[in-house]
Design a protein around this ligand. Structure first.
Ligand code: PRP
Length: 184
């Protein structure tokens, strides 16, 4: 596997994350159903960079927590079997949750997380995803806030990995099979 040229550059990401943060802030300011301070839950590991940038660009007060979920399958695709590795420390009952996810792919992870949150009595859930790959969906899921809608490419950087590598890259790149590139 080799790394492509920059697919989404850090400047574009930064600009879009600020826009998402403004949209989110405005929607919570306007919402009558939100009772208290919303709780942003970052989904580890992939969303740690996105979460850090998003919360710092939000203009409303928010609390921050994390959870970690493994979705089993191959290194490049989840198969829908989830294992929760870390649960939020916060009391979730009655809270208004903003899930911060790096990527919405098959939809299994966000579906599972929403189920967990509902079981724990949250008041509302909204999902903010940096990247959405609608072509790949196996279970229905629509995020409330989407940074970029992208085609079915395997992407790394800005928190996203391949086998734990590339998370620290500031830009998002595609990971391509050398055999496909040689065929072009
Ligand atoms: C990735 C990503 C999402 C999930 C989305 O996590 O961070 O959590 O896959 O895929 P889905 O829509 O097909 O469920 P991954 O399991 O690769 O772990 P990571 O966050 O630790 O990289």
């Amino acid at each position: 596997m080799i790394l492509s040229e920059v697919f989404i550059g850090s400047d574009r990401i930064s600009q879009r994350v600020k826009e998402l943060a403004s949209e989110i802030s405005a929607s919570y300011t306007a919402s009558v159903s939100v009772s208290g301070t919303p709780l942003v839950i970052g989904v580890l590991s992939g969303a740690f960079v996105f979460t850090a940038d998003l919360i710092r660009a939000m203009t409303i007060r928010c609390d921050v927590d994390f959870m970690a979920v493994d979705s089993y399958g191959s290194a490049m695709e989840s198969c829908g079997t989830l294992k929760f590795r870390l649960f939020p420390k916060s009391d979730l009952r009655g809270r208004d949750i903003i899930i911060a996810e790096d990527i919405l792919d098959t939809g299994h992870t966000l579906n599972g997380i929403c189920e967990y949150l509902r079981e724990h009595g949250v008041n509302s859930i909204k999902a903010a995803v940096l990247l959405d790959k609608p072509e790949r969906r196996q279970v229905p899921f629509e995020a409330d806030f989407v940074g970029f809608t992208i085609p079915d490419k395997f992407v790394v950087g800005y928190g996203l990995d391949y086998d734990e590598r590339y998370r620290n890259l500031p830009d998002i790149h595609c990971l391509e099979d050398e055999r496909d590139i040689n065929r072009v």
